[in-house]
Design a protein. Structure first.
Length: 317
């Protein structure tokens, strides 16, 4: 990478609760994780991916509106931290890359990368959605921009509604949920359910939204036991949605993790669209979480060394 411009970084994410309902106007809770994409603007470089090209278009349009312009070149991005020996992890690498690309472009144009996070979100979300065919809630982009643990939804005009949450009332463990299923395919399956059975679809979204509301209330009350109960409720709502949409949201690793977590007084569920990638287990007490980590290899479960609450879009690594 060229040394002429500052490096910019942004974190990946895990969904805690609220998957799918956030696509229907609901709230999701997402946490930024300590795996970061890093990039820098390189003069004269060409966009290496359609996502980077969309970021250039998004930022270029914005700069044109304020009478500024981009120099010739493109961001070069390193997302290697989102992969392990087993392959790419489902931690929102494309969203983090979109945010880094936007940050690097703003920096190259002399703008304050960290000064207007709503603007950074808007430009990165526009680029990310365009690269994904118009689908997605923007929750992973919001986690990459704002960092921490947030409640996320969208206002009627598309603006992000971000609610910063406090410290974790317990302990979260992230694990591998198996080979991933396409998120876009999963979203299409749920959209198909909405078309053929709107009443059942609405009921499933209501179940997820109710679990999310209970989770938020428990989190803000610092009630670890109630958070565990809400995670269990959210997982059950995803099971029901999967059955209704005729798709596999839960995988065998998630089922095994849920059984072990419940035996230890915790709860586990898929994170995100499901069908693979990563899962989360939540415990009210650190001792139970440690027992879960220690016993996981015995049931073929891979624990991922991932921490939540990372800072959002930033200059530097």
């Amino acid at each position: 990478m060229s040394l002429g411009f500052a490096s910019v970084s942004a974190p990946g994410k895990v969904f805690l609760v609220g998957e799918y309902a956030v696509l229907d106007g609901g709230t999701a809770v997402v946490a930024a994780v300590d795996r970061r994409a890093i990039g820098r603007f390189v003069p004269g470089a060409a966009p290496s991916t359609p996502l980077v090209a969309e970021a250039i278009r998004s930022v270029g349009d914005h700069l044109g509106e304020i009478g500024a312009a981009l120099p010739d070149g493109a961001p070069v991005i390193d997302s290697s931290r989102f992969s392990s020996a087993g392959g790419k992890l489902g931690l929102g690498s494309s969203a983090a890359a979109a945010v880094v690309a936007v940050g690097a472009l703003l920096d190259a144009a002399g703008q304050d990368v960290e000064g207007d996070r709503v603007l950074a979100f808007t430009l990165a979300d526009r680029a990310h959605r365009a690269a994904q065919g118009g689908r997605g809630s923007g929750a992973d982009v919001a986690a990459a921009v704002f960092g921490g643990v947030i409640g996320y939804s969208r206002a009627a005009d598309g603006a992000p509604v971000v609610r910063t949450l406090g410290r974790v009332p317990g302990e979260l463990v992230v694990f591998s949920a198996g080979a991933p299923r396409s998120t876009v395919t999963s979203i299409r399956d749920v959209e198909a359910l909405a078309e053929r059975d709107p009443r059942r679809y609405a009921h499933r979204m209501h179940e997820i939204a109710t679990a999310t509301a209970n989770f938020l209330q428990a989190w803000e009350a610092l009630d670890g036991g109630a958070v565990v109960a809400a995670v269990h409720e959210a997982g059950a709502a995803l099971v029901a949605l999967g059955r209704s949409a005729e798709m596999d949201i839960w995988t065998d690793p998630v089922r095994a993790a849920a059984q072990l977590a419940q035996a230890l007084g915790g709860a586990a569920k898929p994170s995100g669209a499901g069908g693979g990638d990563v899962g989360i287990a939540f415990f009210a007490h650190a001792e139970a979480a440690q027992s879960f980590r220690a016993r996981a290899p015995g049931i073929g479960l891979e624990i991922l060394n991932i921490l939540i609450g990372a800072r959002g879009l930033a200059r530097g690594d």
